[in-house]
Design a protein around this ligand. Structure first.
Ligand code: UDX
Ligand code: ADP
Length: 472
């Protein structure tokens, strides 16, 4: 059976970059090419100082330092890398469509299709093509159709190998995954060999029991299902957080109590200002769209509610800030600590901070943002992308600073948007002293000890805490 000597990954993003770095590190005899059309991104991946690679992910820079230019290569030479590889991973972005049929729900597959056409144009010998991006169920069918209709006699085997890594823990997730899922065709000997070739790559560091093989459609749908279930847990606990705020219940205590039931389990029950990230919303909207397209309206409505709840959670957090600050934040300084959608990443896609800011901007607040890993340009780009406010107005109202002390200086309120560990290490007494009084603290992640904060003098609001702790 053919052993893979060269792998190419199209797309050097949050999925492609870390996944290929780990494959290169665990498979020293395989040459791994990571290609992207974005020249700036590739230049950053090749920066002599590995701390400047475009993605912040704990442990990633070390692995890149160890493998880069040995068996891991980053380049913009897409055609050459396609030609060279026996196995090609497609790891390009599949954003929610912003136009045409399925606007706002369906996944936009134009980047995937462009990749398939490019592979079809360039390939001279047989290739195994692996879908790594999250895709709607039956995308492999479209890929197969494009690849097999080129008429140049090249044979393709399409596999689905969805990625389950979470940002911030990507390297650990790749090194010790709960499972690897490979979907493929088992009809012919050749197809089984293609699937085995990918199993053999992962077998460099994982056992057979950790590698699950299914048919392509189950694999594609499992990825959407996993993300829908995870997001549903967060929306469920967030729904309970609102109920807790009206009663004497504490959402963290409720989460602990239910999480000890082994049928429920303790993970993904942390109430928050709302989930973000590139996957949850996109995948659920996609699931809703697919269900609607198949005439399954009840299924679509069921999953859409997860998104509706999440939007509600973000909005009600922002509304609560306005209501608490005597129904007006116009001209008031609101300090947002954290902009990334979760800790330990510089990724801001769909971050709750963006939506909360957008709402506060509509109320004419002065916003000051501090995040340990996010650049000011990213903050402005995120707000401008929404299109709600004029770019000039955004730059006038929003300031991005490089220290928490500066962010909170003379602020009317501080809101914790991301659960960065460092927020717990600050001298909150000093921060309090330099704030406007009464000094309001809105903890959107429940990471600070609210009793200590109250003792310092803050007026504290924490997600899902009973009325005795909340600001009247
Ligand atoms: C997710 C899936 O976990 C991963 O398997 C998939 O491959 C991609 O999508 P990711 O979006 O990177 O990963 O991060 P995740 O840890 O799932 O967090 C998503 C969002 O949910 C974040 O905004 C996070 O803060 C929030 N969250 C998570 C909560 O609000 N509460 C929780 O209990 C867990
Ligand atoms: P993800 O989180 O899924 O990894 P990203 O947006 O971080 O998504 O990364 C996807 C990458 O794919 C981007 O860097 C983008 O430039 C790249 N890309 C998109 N289309 C193509 C293409 N046709 N050829 C090469 N790279 C592409």
């Amino acid at each position: 059976m053919k052993k893979i000597k060269t792998i190419t990954c199209i797309g050097a993003g949050y999925v492609g970059g870390p996944t290929m770095a780990v494959i290169a590190s665990k498979c020293p005899e395989i040459k791994v090419n990571v290609v992207d059309i974005n020249e700036k991104r590739i230049a950053q991946w090749n920066d002599a100082d590995v701390n400047n690679i475009p993605i912040y992910e704990p442990g990633l820079a070390e692995i890149v330092a160890e493998t880069r230019d040995k068996n891991l290569f980053f380049s913009t030479e897409v055609d050459q890398a396609i030609d060279e590889a026996e196995m090609i991973f497609i790891s390009v972005n599949t954003p929610t469509k912003t136009y045409g049929i399925g606007k706002g729900k369906a996944a936009d597959l134009k980047y995937i299709e462009l990749c398939a056409r490019q592979i079809a144009r360039v390939a001279k010998d047989d290739k195994i093509v692996v879908e790594k991006s999250t895709l709607p169920v039956r995308t492999a069918e479209a890929l197969t159709s494009i690849l097999h209709n080129t008429g140049n006699g090249v044979k393709y085997h399409i596999l689905s190998n969805p990625e389950f890594l979470a940002e911030g823990t990507a390297i650990q997730d790749l090194l010790k995954p709960d499972r690897i899922l490979i979907g493929g065709d088992s009809d012919t000997q050749e197809a089984r060999e293609a699937m085995q070739a990918l199993v053999d790559v992962y077998a460099h560091w994982l056992t057979d029991e950790q590698i699950l093989t299914t048919n392509v459609w189950s694999s594609e749908l499992s990825k959407l299902t996993a993300n829908a279930f995870l997001a549903q847990r967060i929306s469920s606990i967030n729904a309970m957080s609102e109920l807790c705020e009206k009663t004497e219940a504490d959402v963290d205590e409720v989460a602990k109590a239910i999480g000890m039931d082994s049928r429920i389990g303790p993970k993904f029950l942390k109430a928050s200002v709302g989930f973000g990230g590139s996957c949850f919303q996109k995948d659920i909207l996609n699931l809703v769209y697919i269900s609607q397209s198949l005439g399954l309206q009840e299924v679509a409505d069921y999953w859409e509610q997860v998104i509706i709840m999440n939007d509600h959670q973000k909005r009600r957090f922002a509304q609560h800030i306005v209501k608490t600050l005597y129904n007006t934040v116009s001209g008031k300084k609101i300090s947002l600590l954290g902009w990334a959608f979760k800790k330990d990443t510089n990724d801001t896609r769909e971050s709750a901070a963006i939506y909360v800011s957008d709402y506060l901007l509509s109320e004419h607040a002065k916003i000051v943002v501090y995040d340990p890993k996010v650049s000011s340009e990213q903050v402005y780009a995120d707000l401008e992308y929404l299109g709600t406010h004029d770019p000039a107005f955004i730059r006038e109202q929003v300031k991005v600073v490089s220290s928490p002390t500066e962010a909170c200086f003379q602020a009317h309120a501080v809101a914790i948007m991301t659960e960065w560990n460092e927020f717990n290490t600050y001298n909150w007494k000093e921060i309090y002293q330099h704030m406007m009084k009464p000094a309001f603290l809105f903890d959107g992640r429940n990471i600070l000890n609210r009793y200590e904060m109250k003792e310092i003098g803050f007026e504290v609001y924490a997600i899902g805490k009973g009325p005795s702790i909340q600001i009247a």
